[in-house]
Design a protein around this ligand. Structure first.
Ligand SMILES: NC(=O)C1=CN([C@@H]2O[C@H](COP(=O)(O)OP(=O)(O)OC[C@H]3O[C@@H](n4cnc5c(N)ncnc54)[C@H](OP(=O)(O)O)[C@@H]3O)[C@@H](O)[C@H]2O)C=CC1
Ligand SMILES: Nc1nc(O)c(N)c(N[C@@H]2O[C@H](COP(=O)(O)O)[C@@H](O)[C@H]2O)n1
Length: 244
């Protein structure tokens, strides 16, 4: 099998439109053929093969920030770093240019033992939380190097994505990669705030007890500018949501 060509990602722009006061949002995740992103009880699964995982890390290096919900932190304990070498990238991209980790965590459930706050973590997380968070917990997390940032809630009691994007823009974040999990994917699909959609489909079935990528009604989003790329045994779909 020939080595995959990653130019479709390396050459793609994730810059916001001129004058926008919020970052370009890329929603990306890996799912099975039956639409699952994790196993029973949320068991973390490595669905992506080596080739599509490399594409995910190229996306990481091309974005200023990477975001997951607290459910993913509690379940997966992710690092959210770039693991590539300079041989994998053109000279203008640096494999040490890790995206800023951003977490949605309205009740400050973020664990003190998370890999994201270990000394080895190149960038300490920015944790967005609700207006009624525990100030002592905030201090504890800040002592570990995290930045804790209060945010308004939306009408469903979730952190407001519109305000989040405005705040990230204030902090000079121009591109945000949203990696999941299911609740965050669902919120973004509902929100209409997604600019690029990058889906990895792995040729496996997880079964009915797995966690679906979408866990609530999201309407019927449509996509335009669609392309499909074979990466090893996986397929990556790259598209833009159609804004009406
Ligand atoms: N295959 C893949 O590509 C990926 C798979 N996963 C899998 O996803 C699963 C985790 O998904 P899930 O449990 O849904 O957790 P999420 O990571 O989606 O986090 C959800 C939590 O984030 C908080 N939150 C705050 N604001 C929002 C908002 N506006 N929208 C949505 N959530 C918000 C809520 O917690 P609170 O109310 O406390 O603030 C909510 O319960 C794991 O099994 C993981 O392995 C995760 C990423 C990628
Ligand atoms: N692209 C992709 N493929 C999979 O098969 C996955 N399970 C994920 N998961 C996401 O990556 C996070 C782990 O990141 P680190 O390797 O720890 O940096 C995980 O939490 C999910 O967000 N992604």
């Amino acid at each position: 099998m020939p080595a995959p060509d990653y130019q479709f990602l390396l050459q793609r722009s994730f810059a916001p439109v001129a004058g926008a006061a919020s970052p370009h949002v890329t929603l990306t995740f890996a799912q099975s053929l039956d639409g699952k992103i994790a196993g029973a009880h949320g068991k973390q699964l490595i669905l992506s093969g080596a080739e599509s995982m490399k594409a995910t890390h190229i996306l990481r290096v091309k974005h200023d920030a990477i975001m997951v919900g607290i459910g993913t932190v509690l379940n997966d304990d992710p690092r959210l770093t770039v693991r590539l070498t300079s041989d994998d990238l053109p000279s203008e991209l640096d494999p040490n240019d890790h995206p800023q980790p951003v977490i949605l965590d309205s009740k400050l459930r973020f664990p003190s033992t998370a890999k994201l706050t270990l000394p080895a973590s190149p960038k300490k997380p920015w944790i967005f939380t609700g207006p009624d968070h525990d100030p002592i917990r905030k201090q504890e997390l800040e002592a570990l190097g995290a930045k804790v940032l209060p945010l308004e809630l939306d009408s469903n009691g979730n952190l407001s994505l519109k305000h989040l994007l405005a705040k990230l823009h204030e902090f000079s974040i121009r591109s945000l990669m949203v990696e999941g999990g299911a609740s965050v994917i669902t919120s973004f699909l509902k929100s209409g705030l997604v600019d690029s959609f990058v889906l990895t489909v792995a040729p496996v079935y997880v079964g009915k007890d797995g966690i679906g990528a979408v866990n609530d009604a999201v309407g019927t989003p449509k996509f335009v500018d669609i392309s499909y790329h074979t990466l090893g045994r996986d397929v990556m779909m790259v598209a833009k949501p159609h804004r009406v």
